[in-house]
Design a protein. Structure first.
Length: 352
């Protein structure tokens, strides 16, 4: 199967080297039952910020004012609030509907939308990934998922990859590498591409081309790559033991302070830690494992009073970090919140 082909490509790169840990003091993780109340409060503080800031962005810079729909205050905002609603946190339905209406109208292409690589792009892929990891969500319909899949099939490059912007605008961690863009777009194509091989399918052909591109590409050594590889591996019919190599690869990147860093040698942050926790939760890793509880403790300890987490901007070689850190702080805070919610006792999505 296609996922097995990708697994072979990914796992062949696992022996490329061991993760260099940062010599931070190890925080002693509390038992899950003791850590849960403080983690829940951290989620509540974060949600208050994320909701208010997304609505403010929408009013001042977003689709409501004719502006852009984004990964940070758009796709990740509705993903986080949708997860929170399903997990039992208080989320005003009118606020979520307002954000979804404006962003979906901008991010989800029509059936006849041409392959404009700049329209939607990764934000649409994030919406698709949300819908596939959160089956109970009500933001993206089946028709909209199909439209996203078809769009990525149309916008694929001849070599099997997708558009990657120049270094001056390709700011990590969203635009970390072309490999990670390909992984996200592959996930956005969805399982519909696994139809009868005897029946012509543009989606299946696009997935096959993406697999071929990945097979020619050395896997990147970033936490985000390991997270996306794990997302690719997870599917309902896959035995849990088959996920273990990818789980071990991601676990092996955990730092001494309990968090994950985006790249070797960088400090742990909420973006990488939240992504790791979320992916491990989707993969079914027990939330009472010491590694998970250490990561929860890291996020609780590093959250700011306003509910956000600090992020340090980076740039591609030849580029310059963004001087405006608001979108990056929002991204990190959204992922940190998603990771915490997937790690709370009794809060894990049972329908994954």
């Amino acid at each position: 199967m296609l996922q097995d082909m990708i697994a072979a490509v990914f796992l062949s790169g696992l022996a490329c080297g061991q993760e260099t840990r940062i010599d931070d003091p190890v925080r002693e993780a509390r038992p899950a039952t003791e850590a849960a109340p403080s983690a829940r409060k951290a989620v509540e503080r974060a949600l208050e910020f994320l909701e208010k800031d997304a609505l403010k962005w929408n009013d001042e810079k977003g689709p409501k004012k004719g502006g852009c729909a984004t990964c940070h205050h758009g796709a990740l905002a509705v993903w986080t609030l949708s997860e929170a609603k399903i997990q039992g946190f208080e989320v005003p339905a009118n606020h979520l509907a307002e954000l979804a209406k404006g962003n979906n109208g901008k991010l989800i292409p029509a059936h006849d939308q041409g392959p404009n690589t700049l329209r939607g792009h990764l934000a649409a892929a994030y919406l698709a990934l949300m819908a596939r990891t959160l089956p109970q969500q009500e933001i993206v319909s089946r028709d909209e998922l199909t439209r996203i899949s078809e769009y990525f099939a149309r916008s694929q490059e001849a070599d099997g990859s997708w558009y990657f912007p120049p270094a001056r605008v390709a700011r990590p961690p969203l635009f970390e590498s072309r490999e990670e863009v390909v992984l996200l777009c592959y996930l956005a194509l969805g399982p519909e591409a696994s139809a009868d091989p005897k029946t012509p399918s543009a989606l299946r052909e696009a997935r096959d081309k993406a697999v071929a591109w990945l097979s020619r590409t050395k896997p990147g050594d970033t936490t985000q790559s390991a997270v996306l590889r794990l997302f690719v591996e997870v599917r309902p019919d896959r035995p849990p033991e088959e996920l273990q190599p990818a789980i071990d690869q991601l676990m092996g990147r955990q730092n001494g302070d309990g968090g994950w860093s985006q790249l070797k040698g960088l400090s742990s942050d909420a973006y990488a830690t939240g992504q790791a926790l979320y992916a491990l939760g989707v993969a079914g890793v027990a939330r009472d494992r010491s590694e998970i509880q250490r990561a929860v403790s890291f996020l609780v300890a590093t959250q700011r009073p306003d509910g956000t987490w600090p992020m340090i901007p980076r740039a591609q070689p030849g580029g310059k970090p963004n001087k405006i850190n608001g979108p990056l702080d929002y991204l990190g805070s959204a992922w940190g919140t998603l990771g915490l919610m997937r790690s709370l006792p009794g809060q894990r999505d049972e329908g994954k």
